[in-house]
Ligand binder design. Structure first.
Ligand code: HGY
Ligand code: MN
Ligand code: MN
Length: 412
């Protein structure tokens, strides 16, 4: 087991060393580092004996075929893109644990009742185009053509990026796996929160994933000379956005138990010290386990933004980018995973919801899904301080072996 744990840690370090930035982990969708990390994952998939290929959008797929040609598919995966200044576990750990499960099956020479697909999804974070789940949307057959025209901060469209990486956009739909052909999905992922640390547990079950709405918000006022324009006559786009940002924070605090609301990215235009900001473009990310409540909060925030726009005479554009409803994890797969956790000697099996989004959200459209959460130090993630101990990695490998064994027995 130590050899396998060391292999996962070595591979996490190897992937963590691939970045588009000098001094932090940064692998946004479609960049040089993103492609290089995909290549490395493909070689590891081939090394363990999987039939591999990179699909149109850049998912790296490895298949361990069943002896039964009419067998259905089971998918294990996570993502290989990262946020800016990321940790090295968010995404890759789930892919590498999937490869360890394949190694376990091959070492035991087990007969596969289903085609086992290990998929490294190309874009889960959506950090370049503010559209989460590009990779898993393509697998689920829910890729939206309109996303192709979305542009990154340099004005490069998603379509251009896919074509540059020799993808033919019209092929994206043919990469999907149909609902009829898919029997389930499993993703191991760091918790990215403090519960497992507080409970002193290595792993736990995920019972559901929160619903999430992402909005692009644009404020357009009038840029002007910072030295001459009287304060009471300004249409300052940044002050409008700032007032709205405090509304976003206060509503999140008001419903602290059931809502998180974040403005994570903000651009000021022209972003010049002696010019009154004429334009501000920012994101809005709101989440809740209660879908109906989240829709209401979205409407309240849009209404508040309209009031600020009117009071300050600053034009507002409210562009809902993506809404994903909450997802429940599958009872049977949770049962198999619980057995896997108990067989690894953990007899207190917790079930918690995920505030973070995962590719399981998209794959839930074609298959029952399951997730294993793995403790990360102080619950820190989306941060270079993200860390998982070798002991918790070893325990996760053991749980994953037990889980896949349970699944194979159930399907044979
Ligand atoms: O934003 C999220 O929840 C995930 O990390 N993409
Ligand atoms: Mn993730
Ligand atoms: Mn993430």
């Amino acid at each position: 087991m130590k050899l396998r744990t060391d292999r996962v840690i070595d591979r996490l370090n190897a992937l963590g060393a691939i970045s588009d930035s000098e001094n932090c982990i940064n692998r946004a969708y479609g960049t040089k580092a993103h492609a290089a990390s995909g290549d490395l994952l493909m070689t590891w998939m081939q090394k363990v004996g999987l039939q591999t290929h990179r699909d149109t959008i850049g998912n790296i797929k490895g298949v361990l075929p069943s002896h039964a040609i009419d067998a259905k598919h089971f998918i294990i995966g996570s993502h290989y893109d990262t946020v800016f200044d990321a940790g090295k576990y968010d995404g890759p750990l789930g892919i590498l644990l999937g490869l360890e499960m394949v190694q376990y099956i091959i070492d035991k020479d087990l007969q596969m009742p289903f085609h086992l697909n290990i998929i490294a999804f190309a874009d889960e974070e959506g950090s370049r185009f503010n559209t989460a789940y590009l990779g898993s949307s393509a697998i689920a057959g829910f890729f939206e053509k309109s996303w192709l025209q979305r542009k990154d901060d340099e004005g490069i469209s998603l379509e251009t990026v896919i074509q540059k990486n020799s993808g033919i956009c019209s092929n994206i739909d043919s990469d999907s796996i149909s609902k009829e052909n898919c029997i389930g999905y499993f993703e191991a992922h760091i918790e990215q929160g403090p519960v497992l640390c507080n409970e002193n547990l290595s792993v736990c079950l995920v019972n559901g994933i929160a619903s999430q709405t992402r909005v692009d918000v644009h404020w357009t006022g009038i840029s002007g000379h910072a030295g001459t324009y009287p304060m009471n006559h300004r249409n300052d786009a940044l002050c409008a956005a700032a007032e709205f940002a405090l509304v976003v924070e206060s509503i999140g605090k008001e419903y602290d138990e059931k809502l998180v609301s974040t403005i994570g990215k903000l651009n000021v235009i022209p972003n010049t010290p002696n010019v009154i900001p004429g334009k501000v473009e920012h994101t809005l990310d709101i989440r809740s386990l209660d879908d109906k409540f989240l829709t209401e909060i979205g409407q309240i925030l849009e209404q508040r933004a309209k009031e600020i726009s009117k009071q300050r005479n600053v034009k507002l554009v409210w562009n809902i980018m993506q809404t994903n409803t909450s997802v429940q994890c599958d009872k049977n797969l949770k049962r198999c995973l619980k057995i896997g956790i108990e067989k690894a000697g953990i007899h207190r099996v917790l079930e918690i919801p995920s505030g973070a989004g995962h590719d399981a959200v998209m794959i839930s459209k074609i298959a029952p899904v399951s997730m294993l959460f793995i403790r990360c130090k102080d619950g820190i993630s989306h941060n270079p301080l993200e860390y998982v101990t070798p002991e918790d990695i070893e325990k996760s490998i053991e749980v994953c072996d037990n889980f896949i064994m349970e699944l194979i027995n159930q399907n044979n």
